[in-house]
Every structure is written in structure tokens, then in C-alpha cells.
Design a binder for this molecule. Structure first.
Ligand SMILES: [Zn+2]
Ligand SMILES: [Zn+2]
Length: 385
């Protein structure tokens, strides 16, 4: 038995309670019988003693900005959070071709991921995680106490174990020690038994100064109800919409409690699930939430100075990546209301510097890409807005 396997057995003894263990053993025997290779085994996760430092307004660093990078990884999730003090947290490393997450991290000059959270073991959240762990220094690793039987899950666990990285259980009530001026709490999973892997998703609320963000993984209605029931304050400015905008998440009562100004949806333009579902979009619209989708915008970067949040999208986010993270200035961040110019006749829309702009009289202005698309306009293939 290899060291890793031995380690994994030891971890399993400590970590998995008897009930889960029994189920696991039955599954293991079943899979062995049918020749399925190995089972994912979760590492020892002692309850974290770490307490996040509460946001201290007296020492608030007014020069610093927090950057939340919603990386365009297609029908998947991956979010890089960069603190004003240069610390990095990665939530998920979703399904991707061409190492999109690693490339993005490199382009942001990330050397160390101080915190990694694997929200839940679905492929579209952990596909690139083993490679990420292998390629970067990693501080702490958080994951829910839920294993999965895929090779991807096993590879991720192997990568984490082989680097002796501290693994903590992601569950409601745990605070992540991310950065001294940032409060980062795990608010779900609240329970310990779910039929649907999505409800195992680690849900995180992060606050910096007066601004706050919620990251939901794929948590669905059951988990949302439990979060509300737990009484934790979930009011936040930016909601990473659960489960790629599926109607299985983002219940009305959850949205009411969060009352976000902005919503970010991570999904591919074309996907098998019809994400984001139109019910979710209409609900967000009903609540007056401004929606950014990676399917429209590509990479989306939310920048907070602790007071205000601005969004940097698509090609602007590419430019943003090249900036030194210590010299950002909110004045340099492109404004939300970049206008797009539609052609009433061709029903195409353009960037304002496109060479194929229609004549003045045939122009219609849109405040967002989303707005243009919703009104039936399609993107110009030259300026690719
Ligand atoms: Zn997912
Ligand atoms: Zn999922």
C-alpha cells in the first residue's frame, strides 16, 4: 500500500463517521466487484480553530482594493479573490479545457493561494483543482465532508495530501482567516446529510469594509432554506448566483434576504441545461439586480475599495489582469455604463469605437451587452462587443 493510500486510510478513520463509513464501505465493495477504480477519500478535517479577524474600520486600508475575479471557465465555476494585502483565495477550479484557471492565475501573477475552497466535488467545480494544487503554493484547503467516487476527486485529494496541505472542513459556522481586514465566513452546508451533492456546497460570505459578497457554489433551495433558518446575516452587495443560474437555486426568500445590487452568473453561452434559467433571470430583474454573466462578459472582475464596488468585464478585465495588483485605482476601472451602439436596421450592436458603426439616425444605445441581447440585437463580428 502506498504512503498516500495509507495516509488516506488513516484520514478516513478519523474523519468519516461510522454511518458514512459504512455506506462508503458498501459502496467500495460494490465498486470493487464491478471493477470501478478506487474511491475518493476525504482527508482528516479537524474543526478549524481559526477565527477571522473582524473588519476593523479604524485600520481600514483606504488605498487597498479587493478584487473578485469571476473567471470565465464555461459551464463551471472558478473565482479568484485577491485581498488588498496581496493574499489570494480560490473558490473552485471548474471544468475547463486548456488550463483556463492556471492561465488566469499566472496572468494575475499569483504565486501562492493562501486559501482554496472546493465548494463540492462536482466536475465543473474541481476539474482543474489537482493541477492548481500541484502548480501553486497552497496555504489552507477547505472542502465539505463529502467524498465523491470520481477520478477527478481522487486526483484532487492525492494532490492535496502529497503536498501536506492543511485541510479543513467547510461547514456553516467556520470562519476563514483570509486577510486581517476581511471577514470571511462559511455559512453552509448547515446539515450533514444531503441526497444532492449540490447542497453540500460550501457557501461563503465575505465582507470588506461596507461591501460584501456571497459565493454559493451550486447550493440549491434546501441549503438556501437552511441558511435562512440559521439566522445568519446574508445581506450582500454581490451574489454569485447558485448553480449557474438554475431555477433549482435562488429562491425568492433567499434573494430577498440577500438583497444584492449585483448578480454574477457563471455559465457557458451554450450549455446542456439551459442555464441560466429564465425564471432566475426574471426574478433577479424583478428585484432590480444588475446581472453579469460570464457567458456574455467573459471574465468579470468586481473591484471593491471597501465602500463601493465597480465591475470590470470582458476585454477590460483582460487589461485589468495586466495591471500591478498593488497599483489599482478605482478611477481607472472602466465604468459600468459603457455604452453599446445598435444598428436599428441590421439589429447588430457594436462597441463605440467599431469601424462599422451605423449612421446617427439608425443608432440605438444600450447600457449593457445584456440589454442589447435582450432586445434581440446580436454582437458585431468585427468589434466583438
Ligand atoms: Zn456546478
Ligand atoms: Zn454541482
Amino acid at each position: 500500500m502506498s504512503i498516500i493510500k495509507t495516509l488516506k486510510s488513516n484520514f478516513m478513520e478519523k474523519f468519516i463517521d461510522l454511518k458514512i463509513k459504512t455506506v462508503f464501505m458498501v459502496l467500495f465493495c460494490f465498486m470493487t466487484l464491478f471493477g470501478v477504480v478506487g474511491c475518493g477519500i476525504t482527508e482528516n478535517m479537524s474543526d478549524s480553530e481559526i477565527q477571522a479577524a473582524a473588519t476593523n474600520k479604524e485600520t481600514f486600508n483606504k488605498d487597498g482594493v479587493l478584487r473578485v475575479n469571476y473567471i470565465d471557465v464555461g459551464q463551471a465555476d472558478s473565482i479568484l479573490i485577491q485581498s488588498p494585502n496581496g493574499r489570494n483565495m480560490l473558490i473552485d477550479a471548474g471544468e475547463t479545457k486548456d488550463k483556463a484557471v492556471i492561465d488566469y492565475l499566472n496572468s494575475r501573477n499569483v504565486k501562492k493561494l493562501d486559501v482554496i475552497v472546493a465548494t463540492h466535488p462536482h466536475e465543473d467545480h474541481i476539474s482543474e483543482m489537482a493541477e492548481v494544487v500541484k502548480n501553486f503554493d497552497v496555504g489552507e484547503f477547505y472542502m465539505p465532508k463529502k467524498q465523491h467516487t470520481t477520478k477527478t476527486f481522487e486526483k484532487m485529494v492525492d494532490a492535496v495530501l502529497s503536498k501536506n496541505i492543511t485541510v479543513n472542513e467547510a461547514k456553516a459556522g467556520i470562519s476563514i482567516n483570509f486577510d486581517e481586514n476581511i471577514k470571511c465566513d462559511i455559512i453552509a452546508p448547515c446539515g450533514s446529510d444531503y441526497d444532492n451533492l449540490n447542497n453540500w456546497s460550501a457557501v461563503i460570505k465575505l465582507s470588506y469594509g461596507n461591501t460584501s459578497f456571497i459565493f454559493t457554489g451550486d447550493a440549491e433551495d434546501i441549503s438556501e432554506k437552511e441558511i435562512i433558518g440559521s439566522g445568519v446575516d446574508i445581506k450582500a452587495d454581490v451574489l454569485k448566483v447558485g448553480h449557474h443560474g438554475s431555477h433549482s437555486s435562488t429562491t425568492k426568500s433567499f434573494l430577498e434576504k440577500i438583497a444584492p445590487k449585483y448578480a454574477v452568473i457563471s455559465a457557458a453561452k451554450v450549455n446542456d441545461y439551459g442555464h441560466p434559467h429564465k425564471e432566475t433571470i426574471s426574478l433577479l430583474n424583478d428585484f432590480g439586480v444588475k446581472i453579469f454573466g460570464t457567458y456574455d462578459c467573459g471574465n468579470i472582475v468586481a473591484v471593491s475599495n471597501g465602500q463601493d464596488i465597480e465591475f470590470n468585464i470582458g476585454s477590460e478585465a483582460e487589461k485589468d489582469k495586466a495591471e500591478d495588483k498593488n497599483t489599482p485605482d478605482l478611477d481607472d476601472v472602466p465604468k459600468l455604463n459603457q455604452q453599446y451602439i445598435g444598428n436599428k436596421n441590421s439589429k447588430k450592436f457594436h462597441l463605440s469605437d467599431c469601424l462599422s458603426l451605423p449612421s446617427e439616425k439608425n443608432r440605438v444605445l444600450f447600457n449593457s451587452r445584456q440589454e442589447a441581447l435582450e432586445q434581440g440585437y446580436s454582437a458585431c463580428s468585427k468589434c466583438n462587443p
